[in-house]
Design a protein around this ligand. Structure first.
Ligand SMILES: O=C([C@H](O)CO)[C@H](O)[C@H](O)COP(=O)(O)O
Length: 217
């Protein structure tokens, strides 16, 4: 199981400082949508240079002009770029074509998807990586329900990431679903001790994996 740190609502310097503190516990680094909007893809280039061996996710949340935005993300050094599930099929297939050229990947953000018909369609388009997502604003009025995992339960070959208010306190409800990647933002970036927060989450993931076999979404 990968730990993906989501860098959101931070300055460039804060992103770099937090990565210095936490990188040993991280598998994937997500350059958040708001951070990309603030600094452009230059910040993806900076983080790529600093961490040549980490998987970098550019959370572009593309919804149109897929070819252009996928090229932008991969040229900047991202290994994975994101697209919203409601995007036109053409947007998604264009991005998959670009990803093949760059030997990179496309992650579909399932924010707002409640019907697994879309998952079936995404599989047919060639998508093999999705993120279950309980959005930042949705978190103001509630928290992630583990029923979210039902969306992908019939697709055992799909690689699944999960995001949305995940922290040490909510891990016990998430880990039994054995997602491939846990996306954690605020529970690390908003803590006083970033290093400790990331290490504790990674430790809990490792402990869970050591005691359970893979995988029953
Ligand atoms: O994608 C995200 C969100 O839409 C803001 O851009 C976050 O990366 C994701 O929600 C994880 O962050 P936390 O909810 O703070 O863990």
């Amino acid at each position: 199981m990968n730990l993906q740190l989501a860098l959101d609502r931070l300055t460039e310097q804060e992103c770099l400082d937090i990565l210095t503190d936490t990188n040993e516990s991280l598998d994937w680094i997500e350059v958040g949508t708001g951070v990309i909007k603030e600094y452009g893809l230059a910040i993806v280039r900076t983080i790529r240079e600093a961490y040549p061996n980490k998987v970098i996710v550019a959370d572009m949340k593309t919804c149109d002009a897929g070819k252009h935005e996928a090229i932008q993300a991969f040229e900047a050094g991202a290994d994975i770029t994101t697209v919203m599930a409601f995007s036109a099929d053409q947007t998604i297939t264009d991005m998959l074509d670009v990803a093949r050229t760059y030997q990179s990947r496309v992650m579909v953000d399932l924010l707002g998807v409640s019907d697994s018909t879309r998952i079936q369609q995404l599989r047919q388009l060639g998508i093999n990586l999705v993120s279950l997502h309980f959005g930042k604003d949705m978190q103001k009025n509630g928290s992630m329900d583990s029923q979210l995992f039902d969306l992908v339960s019939h697709y055992p070959d799909l690689e699944v990431a999960v995001a949305g208010g995940i922290g040490l306190d909510t891990l016990p409800g998430i880990l039994p679903h054995q997602p491939d990647t846990l996306i954690v933002g605020g529970a690390i970036t908003k803590q006083e001790n970033h290093k400790q927060a990331a290490a504790q989450i990674k430790e809990a993931m490792k402990n869970y994996e050591a005691n359970h076999s893979h995988r029953s979404l």
